[in-house]
Ligand binder design. Sequence first.
Ligand SMILES: Cc1cc2nc3c(=O)[nH]c(=O)nc-3n(C[C@H](O)[C@H](O)[C@H](O)COP(=O)(O)OP(=O)(O)OC[C@H]3O[C@@H](n4cnc5c(N)ncnc54)[C@H](O)[C@@H]3O)c2cc1C
Ligand code: SF4
Length: 515
Amino acid sequence: MKTLRLILGDQLSHQLSALRDIDRAHDVVLMAEVLEETTYVRHHKQKIVLVLSAMRHFAKSLRDRGILVEYVQLDDKKNTGTLKGELGRALLHHKADRIIVTEPGEWRLWKNMQTWDREFGREVEIRGDDRFLCSRDDFLLWAGGRKSLRMEYFYRDMRRKTGWLMNENKPLGDRWNYDAENRKALPGNIKIPSRLHFGPDVETQNVMSLVEQRFGDHFGDLQSFGWAVTRNDALKALNQFIKNCLPLFGDYQDAMKSGEDLLFHSVLSPYINIGLLNPREVCEAALEAFRNEKAPLHAVEGFLRQILGWREFMRGIYWEYMPDYAETNFLNADRPLPDFYWTGNTDLRCLRECIGATRRNAYAHHIQRLMITGNFALLAGLSPAQVEEWYLIVYADAYEWVELPNTHGMALFADGGLLASKPYAASGAYINRMSDYCAGCAYDPKIKLGPRACPFNYLYWYFIITNEAKLKNNPRMAMPYRNLTRMTDDQRQQINREAEAFLARLKNKKNRQNG
Ligand SMILES: Cc1cc2nc3c(=O)[nH]c(=O)nc-3n(C[C@H](O)[C@H](O)[C@H](O)COP(=O)(O)OP(=O)(O)OC[C@H]3O[C@@H](n4cnc5c(N)ncnc54)[C@H](O)[C@@H]3O)c2cc1C
Ligand code: SF4
């Protein structure tokens, strides 16, 4: 029996379930660069280059292992531009009897695959993606019957299941979570480690020219491209992170600094998400650093929690609640995305810095995404669908299974608290404490009202006031609602007036996606 094995752009791993038991004498691997996938949203140029170049390098490594690969480039004359079109062509050309594929990361594609057997008249086997540490079925079992789903309890079960940082049934150090130690502000004199920049090889340069030519008007700079596009280089990035950044990862996980785009973060998500690195090996590398006393417990636990906890939890939520999940809009937010999300042209320095970094690097770290661009979107009542599209476009690591729950649930509280126990809403005081952005800003985080007041301050209270009916009974919101009762009517009215005037000044062009 001849089998066509389809490998998608975020499945670039030799251990992929769809490649297991491959019959090198008869089977064919299909990899296709299709317009449909490069343009269903107008991805950051670096994201397209990263995926296409990594695909081309991966195809070569398969061929080097004696595997027959049918590789369709974006500008091949016969390329139909769709995955289905390319599958149809390859099935006919290779006279294949069946298709094997690993489950995709997006609901859209998953739904599409359900009809392939009928459409192609061939057996289609969709295999589980065992690069994840918790299968979709195991997550359903864990979630079944629980009243609320909280990452912390999921994470503890995953620790028990893997035995990582455990002493028999107890967490090492007698604590599950060192989050409280992971919120330090950055000292002025700290040395930030430099990072590897992977200069584009000839193949990547070819893809860069293609992307400039076909998608030149997409968001983002391309000239600074320095992502790894092979497993070997991704491993070098992993090793460098473990050696130079992991020891301080925990301490400064929530810190932000102008001109320092990466700090002590791993910057590994694009590689993990497309398969160049496996999440298990990334966690094991951190655990080994702990065993060898190269990194302290709170740093390694903090890092492990992100991958074993948050990453797996987000995926579980996505598959359990899609497609309805994306449609919820608990706070009825509907303001269009302001233009400055594309241009960075705003006098709010924190936003300008984070959007600028996003444009340069197709990367911003978690606190920049959550507490700057996400927090602003939450406070300003921006439309979840438009904000989600923005996040899906601008980051090199953005795939819907992970982007959507993070944006919809964590940043925007659009699911009404299914994922997060309270909205991550913060005023200028938080941003001032965790960053140096406010020092060079046109506004003052200590001023609450008036022309020099930080807009995050009155927007925060406006958010609290306008969503009172929906949020005041949330026990974790008790403090702001207690403080609200101390405000006079005059103060409330002034907050409303200033916030509404600010929001009315936000400019947007409908559906604009470019910078
Ligand atoms: C609004 C918003 C949108 C986001 N969109 C994405 C996205 O499209 N793709 C994506 O991979 N992550 C997304 N995240 C999660 C997180 O911000 C990124 O994973 C992280 O910033 C990647 O940088 P890093 O590799 O340096 O992470 P580190 O800070 O070094 O963390 C280590 C690893 O943990 C994992 N991780 C950390 N936090 C999360 C999280 N909340 N959810 C899932 N995995 C996590 C990632 O694999 C990451 O590489 C989003 C977060 C927010 C608030
Ligand atoms: S003052 Fe306000 S707007 Fe300016 S950088 Fe600080 S938090 Fe951002």
